[in-house]
Design a protein around this ligand. Structure first.
Ligand SMILES: [Zn+2]
Length: 598
């Protein structure tokens, strides 16, 4: 990454990793990992083939040891990852990550039998065990594991599935990414990658965007038959797996991994699809802001406002901490602690990892946040987002690694909530309609990308998987049709799609992780629904919300929702998150009218 000259005050903000280890040569690191290796070997000798015979107390002890082993490896690996993230060009840092990953994988293999044995023994003894108070702490962890039981095959069949899987869908998915990275797009007479061309869709100049889109469409054409074949093969492979295992639908295995019921996912999809008009309303407003008759698909990411003034690191800290403290002073203190105790790495630096993340559950220690702080308004909201993850980690950590870790569907609860708190605070402080519009459009576009866009892609996947199962191989033309049908269902007459037919074929998620995309929407709207409730009920929601965060991943999403009084199988709950988005669109239309652009 190139150095960017700017001063935000984040330049000196470095995290202190000594809470984990003093240095990569700290003898404690090697002791802990070697200890985990020894413990894993002893664990196998002691329990292999005997898990079904354990009493509730012995089983609880075994799970505790199992968690300790994983925590030790996780702690070392987190340290290695965090060090690597701040200087990716330093080979010894990368080597430490790779070495620990290998040792961690070997430990995992040694311990794999434990989960398999737990999942496979009969329901009757399992139910008796689960009812025993000695296993209360592990109840959710065990129940989630055992939900796979109806879909497991015999041990020999499982082994064949695992071995053949390496040359099955994962090979096809790899072929697809190799095809994608080899793809060339001609821009201004020069060959470039698809990603470089796609980046131009963020240009302020419509001609640049339109030329880039045309070049991508032309670049996608030559290999579309091959990519359609890869997609067909992945669809078929998944249908075979699902049939052999007895999953009722193409999405069921994904829902199981997300700890979401088919019912709640269906309610989510219905709620979002029935509100597509909210996105269209924004696209029409955006067309007016850009001064065009109608938005084309390549205009969706165009900037609408000139970039606004920068926020210093200290001001960002103040805004974010105040937003959290307004919600609850206790929460404000926790968030402020991240700054005081050097748990954040703030600036952009050469060779540092891009983007932002929070290492949420670092066993035995506290979360760490990585930022690439630029001072843009977006970056202030990103800081609020990552600190939400951090807050969640701090509150859930006492539960231990297994119970604190969340599936994708609830992992974004505190981050999206914290972003909403901060956004509202920024908006309330802004009178200038131009800057309000800038804030609102940024917020709305993020929301559309996380909700409507993901669900329209889920509709594409749903149609493709379902039709492949009933009608056999899908012709490339047919896949293109399904893509346009599901995308125009969202765009309506608000966005033109001329040239968009083959654009399904550059989205890696469809190949590498079928069914994945809806979880983004689930997590986002789950959190916004809680936020909505907070807006209505005020302080009465603070304690239940903190209780929800403290429960980490020790309950299913639906059980967690009940803690704050929400029923996720009710489409109205999902719709309430969209109401918040619709109000932002109202406010954006008002701000546009105020400056004569409405
Ligand atoms: Zn996040």
């Amino acid at each position: 990454m190139a150095t960017i000259e700017q001063v935000t005050g984040a330049e000196e903000v470095e995290w202190d990793l000594s809470d984990l280890y003093e240095s990569p040569d700290d003898p404690k690191l090697e002791e802990e990992v070697a200890g985990a290796e020894r413990d894993a070997a002893a664990f196998r000798v002691r329990y292999h083939g005997k898990v079904a015979e354990l009493s509730a107390t012995d089983l609880a002890d075994a799970i505790t040891v199992r968690e300790e082993i994983e925590s030790a490896v996780d702690r070392a690996l987190t340290y290695a990852h965090l060090r690597f993230a701040t200087n990716m060009a330093d080979p010894p840092r990368g080597a430490l990550v790779a070495k620990l990953q290998e040792r961690g994988a070997a430990i995992e293999t040694t311990l794999l039998f434990f989960a398999l044995e737990l999942a496979s023994f009969d329901d009757e003894p399992a139910d008796a065990l689960l009812a025993d108070p000695a296993l209360e702490h592990w109840h959710h962890w065990l129940t989630s594991l055992r939900k796979y039981r109806p879909y497991l095959l015999s041990e020999q069949e499982e082994r064949i599935m695992t071995e053949k899987g390496v040359s099955g869908s994962s090979s096809w998915s790899r072929l697809y990414s190799e095809l994608l990275s080899a793809m060339r797009v001609t821009l201004d007479g020069e060959e470039t990658s698809v990603d470089t061309a796609l980046a131009r869709l963020y240009s302020a100049d419509r001609e640049v965007r339109s030329a880039a889109a045309e070049a991508v469409t032309a670049g996608l054409e030559p290999g579309v038959r091959t990519r359609a074949f890869v997609f067909n093969t992945i669809l078929l492979d998944k249908s075979i797996d699902d049939r052999l295992r007895g999953y009722p639908s193409w999405i069921s295995s994904r829902n199981l991994g997300n700890e979401a019921t088919d019912e709640a996912v269906q309610a989510l999809i219905e709620a979002v699809v029935s509100r597509y008009e909210v996105a269209r309303r924004y696209y029409r407003l955006k067309a007016r802001l850009l001064g065009v008759d109608r938005l084309e698909f390549y205009d969706r990411f165009a900037p609408v406002a000139e970039s606004s003034s920068k926020t210093s690191w200290d001001d960002a800290r103040r805004v974010v901490v105040d937003a959290y403290a307004d919600f609850s002073p206790h929460v404000g203190e926790i968030v402020d602690g991240f700054f005081d105790r050097n748990w954040i790495d703030g600036p952009i630096r050469p060779d540092k990892a891009g983007g932002a993340f929070c290492a949420t559950t670092v066993p035995g220690v506290h979360p760490y946040v990585l930022m690439n702080y630029t001072g843009e308004r977006r970056a202030v909201l990103t800081l609020a987002h990552e600190l939400g993850h951090g807050l969640h980690g701090v509150l859930a950590q006492p539960l231990g690694l297994f119970n604190a870790s969340c599936p994708l569907t609830t992992a974004e609860t505190a981050s999206v909530f914290g972003e909403a708190l901060t956004f509202k605070r920024l908006l309330a402080a802004e009178d200038d309609p131009r800057r309000r519009l800038d804030l609102l459009t940024g917020r709305i576009e993020d929301a559309i990308a996380t909700t409507f866009r993901q669900i329209s892609m889920n509709r594409f996947e749903d149609a493709a998987h379902t039709e492949r199962r009933s009608a056999g191989e899908l012709a490339p033309e047919r896949i293109g049709e399904i893509w346009l049908e599901t995308q125009t269902a969202l765009f309506g007459d608000a966005v033109g799609v001329d040239g968009y037919r083959t654009w399904w074929s550059y989205i890696p998620h469809f190949m590498s992780a079928p069914g994945y995309v809806y979880a983004y929407t689930y997590g986002y709207l789950f959190s916004l629904a809680i936020y909505r409730r907070y807006e209505q009920e005020g302080d009465a929601l603070v304690d239940p919300y903190l209780e929800l965060l403290r429960l980490g991943g020790s309950r299913t999403p639906e059980e967690l929702a009940q803690v704050v009084g929400l029923d996720l199988t009710d489409p109205a709950i999902w719709s309430s998150g969209i109401d918040a988005l619709a109000e932002d669109v109202d406010a954006a239309e008002q701000a546009a009218a105020d400056i004569g652009l409405g």
